[in-house]
Design a protein around this ligand. Sequence first.
Ligand code: SF4
Ligand code: SF4
Length: 261
Amino acid sequence: MTQTDKDPSQRFLDAHEELAPDQGFRFACHPGVSCFGACCSALDLMLMPYDALRLRRSTGQPSREFVHDYADLTAMPGLGLPLLQMHMQDTEAKRCPFSHQGACSVYENRPSACRTYPLGRATRPGAQGVQEQVFIVREPHCKGFDEASQWNTATWMADQGLTAYNASNDRFMTLASALREMEDATGRHLSSQQTGMSGLALYQPDDFQRFLVGSHLLDRLEMTEGRRKDVLHDEEACLEFGFDWLELSLMGQDEHLQPKR
Ligand code: SF4
Ligand code: SF4
C-alpha cells in the first residue's frame, strides 16, 4: 500500500512519533513565545458535537445561528454521520474567527483539537472499550517545544481540561465505528432522515430539547425522572441522551424509534 492509498488518519499516524504513556515532553504556549498565535490560521478544524456545544457557551448563540456563522455541515466520508468543519476567515491569512490579536477569544471553550495540540489522539473502539494512541506533533514553526515545562500525556490532558471532551469524542467515534461495521456487514447506509436527525441530536441540543418536549421519545428509553429533567434543561445531558438514542435507533436495535414531527 502506498502513502496515497491510505486514509488521512492512517497517514497522520504514520507521520508522527507515538508518545508512550509515561514518556515526557517539554512544551508551553503563552503570549511570550515568539510564534504566539501563529498556529491559529488555515486550519482543517473539525468540530465534534461537544466542541460545538462548548463553543456556543462563548458565542451565546442558538445552535442554528452558530452553525451558519462558524461552520460547514459536512459528513464523515461514506457514513453520512454529520460533522462540522469550522470556517476560517475569508481573507488571505485565513485566521480562525476566534483569533483576536493572536489570542484565543474563546479560550475557556476552545475545541478539543486546540486543547490537545501539540499532541494528537487517535482512538480505536473495541470490545475492551476505546483504545487510544497519542502522538506528538512537532511543527517547525512552533517554539513551544523550547520551553521548560515538562509534561506527559496524562498531565497534559488534565491541564488542558480534556476529560469531558475526550469522553464525548470517544462516544462519537464509537458510534461512527459501529455504523461503519454495520455498513460493511449489511450495505445499509443512513437514510437522509437519519442523517438529519443525527445532526439535530448531535449538534443542535437546544432544538433537540424543544423537539423532545413534543415527542414521546423520552418515554421510549428507560430513565429516572431526574435524568429526564436534566435532558430537557441541560445541553450536556441532552447530548448524552442523543448518543444513547442514536446508538439504538441508527443501529436498528429499535426500529420504532423514528421520531415524529
Ligand atoms: S505555534 Fe506552538 S507555541 Fe506558538 S502559539 Fe501555536 S501552539 Fe503556541
Ligand atoms: S479556537 Fe482559539 S485556539 Fe483554536 S484555532 Fe481558534 S483561536 Fe486558535
